[in-house]
Design a protein around this ligand. Structure first.
Ligand SMILES: [Zn+2]
Length: 144
C-alpha cells in the first residue's frame, strides 16, 4: 500500500468505517511507515479531543417556538393568497369593465393595456429569476 492510499484510509480506520478486509493492510502500512503513523496518531488525538466536546442541545422552548413560526407562516401565506387573489379578481373585473365599455376612449384602453402588459412582463421575469435561483440555492434545506 502506498502512502497516498493509506492517508485516505487512516481516517476511515479511526472512524471505524474501514471494511474488515482492508484493516490489516492499513495497519501494516502504519506500522512500517513513520509518516502515516504520525498522521494516524495525530488524527487519533484529535478524535479524542472531539469526543470530550459537548454540543449543547437547543432548549425545549426553541422547538416550541419553531412550531409556532410554522403556524404563523402558514397563516401569512393564506392571508397573502386571499389578498392577492381578491385583488387580482377586482383588477380583472375593472379591466373587463373598461375594455367592454364602448364609451371609454381608445387612448385610456391603450395606456391601461400597456401598464398591464408591462406588469405581466415584469412578473414573468421575476418568476423566471426566482425559479432559476431556487434550482441553485445551496441553502434550500436550511430551516428558516
Ligand atoms: Zn505511508
Amino acid at each position: 500500500m502506498e502512502c497516498r492510499d493509506a492517508k485516505l484510509k487512516v481516517q476511515a480506520l479511526i472512524d471505524n468505517e474501514l471494511p474488515q478486509e482492508e484493516i490489516d493492510e492499513v495497519v501494516d502500512h502504519i506500522q512500517s511507515c513513520y509518516r502515516c503513523r504520525e498522521d494516524y496518531v495525530s488524527l487519533l488525538k484529535l478524535q479524542r479531543k472531539m469526543k470530550g466536546l459537548q454540543y449543547p442541545e437547543p432548549p425545549k422552548e426553541w422547538f416550541e417556538e419553531l412550531q409556532k413560526k410554522r403556524g404563523r407562516r402558514l397563516s401569512s401565506s393564506l392571508g397573502l393568497v386571499l389578498f392577492l387573489g381578491s385583488y387580482l379578481l377586482l383588477l380583472g373585473y375593472a379591466l373587463y369593465s373598461l375594455f367592454s365599455d364602448s364609451g371609454a376612449g381608445l387612448f385610456i384602453k391603450i395606456v391601461v393595456g400597456g401598464i398591464i402588459a408591462g406588469m405581466l412582463f415584469l412578473l414573468g421575469v421575476t418568476i423566471a429569476d426566482r425559479v432559476r435561483e431556487s434550482k441553485t440555492d445551496k441553502y434550500k434545506e436550511v430551516m428558516k
